[in-house]
Design a protein. Structure first.
Length: 322
């Protein structure tokens, strides 16, 4: 329908997002996999779906996107997208919040169980055909602290509570929530870390959270504690983390995100016996693509009808606001 607004999908036309054809009832679809291709369509583009291409391609064509009104991302994180020009503009941004929550929460619980049951050592002993009987720790009765109480953090908390884990959280402000229990303000981060058996980082990367897990934060944690990062790699000082793991300041870490991705081969994290390295895949369950596209299709329908959009992003805060 030629009168419909043009939505440019950042991705390849020969490998379209599954199910995206349903959006043709409301918008015209075009594809761009490079900044040059996007620049050709920019004068007519009113919406952009960030799918298979890097957000940088959109930034490269920004000056020509004069009619742009809405950007939808296929990810929950938006830190690489929120350049100053976009933040200062009137363009609305929505993300895929909610699509990955349950999968990420299940992965986190799996990692906590690996650590509490000492499975890493069991596997190492198995490789050497060594029989070493020893006690393990109960996950039930331990204390988990979620740093970044968004929808992913809540999903983790619900599952942890079901296993008898005591849950607390650290967020922007003090409050009490049903899933998370007592949420302490970020100013009390180190105090809360000191009482944690498990720390799960679900923070987005913003100017306020960059490097927030530094040497002092790890030093505040008990030596028996474990650290799980499913937020953003840039929220962690990786050198401080390596030092804390190597010297016994903390016991172990499970990491799905890193400052540099792919994680460089020379990173000591690869070979540390108390570290699990996961290639930024903990939320990528089979079929996630269909669920992410469904958010775009639904929002396209809402957008052309001037209805409230799902998963609005607060561009100045740097994360989803509803």
């Amino acid at each position: 329908m030629t009168s419909a607004p043009l939505a440019v999908v950042l991705g390849r036309a020969d490998d379209p997002p599954p199910g995206i054809q349903a959006a043709r009832d409301d918008v015209r679809l075009a594809y761009a996999s490079t900044a040059d291709e996007l620049a050709l369509m920019a004068p007519q583009a009113e919406a952009v779906y960030v799918w298979g291409a890097e957000p940088g391609e959109l930034v490269g064509a920004w000056s020509r996107l004069e009619r742009l009104r809405w950007i939808q991302t296929a990810s929950a994180g938006v830190d690489r997208l929120l350049v100053p020009e976009l933040v200062e503009s009137d363009v609305v941004v929505t993300n895929a919040r909610g699509v990955f929550d349950d999968a990420i929460a299940e992965w986190v619980i799996g990692m906590l169980l690996v650590f509490s049951t000492d499975t890493l050592r069991t596997l190492a002993l198995q490789r050497d055909a060594r029989w070493e009987h020893r006690p393990t720790r109960r996950l039930g009765g331990s204390r988990l602290v979620v740093i970044g109480p968004g929808s992913i953090g809540r999903a983790v908390a619900r599952r942890a509570r079901g296993l008898g884990v005591e849950v607390g959280a650290v967020g922007r402000s003090a409050r009490v929530e049903e899933d998370l229990g007592s949420v302490a303000p970020i100013e009390r981060l180190r105090e809360v870390l000191a009482a944690a058996d498990h720390v799960v980082n679900t923070l987005p990367l913003t100017p306020r959270t960059a490097g927030i897990f530094d040497a002092a934060a790890f030093a505040a944690m008990p030596a028996t504690s474990t650290f799980v990062n499913v937020g953003r790699g840039g929220t962690v000082n990786e050198r401080a983390l390596v030092d804390a793991l190597r010297t016994g300041v903390i016991a172990a870490a499970a990491l799905d995100v890193f400052v540099e991705e792919p994680l460089p081969a020379q990173s000591p994290l690869w070979s540390m016996p108390n570290v699990i390295v996961s290639p930024h895949m903990c939320g990528d369950f089979q079929g996630w693509e269909h669920d992410a596209v469904a958010v775009f299709v639904d929002n396209a329908r809402r957008w052309v009808r001037n209805q409230p959009l799902r998963n609005l992003v607060d561009k100045r805060l740097g994360f989803g606001s509803g």
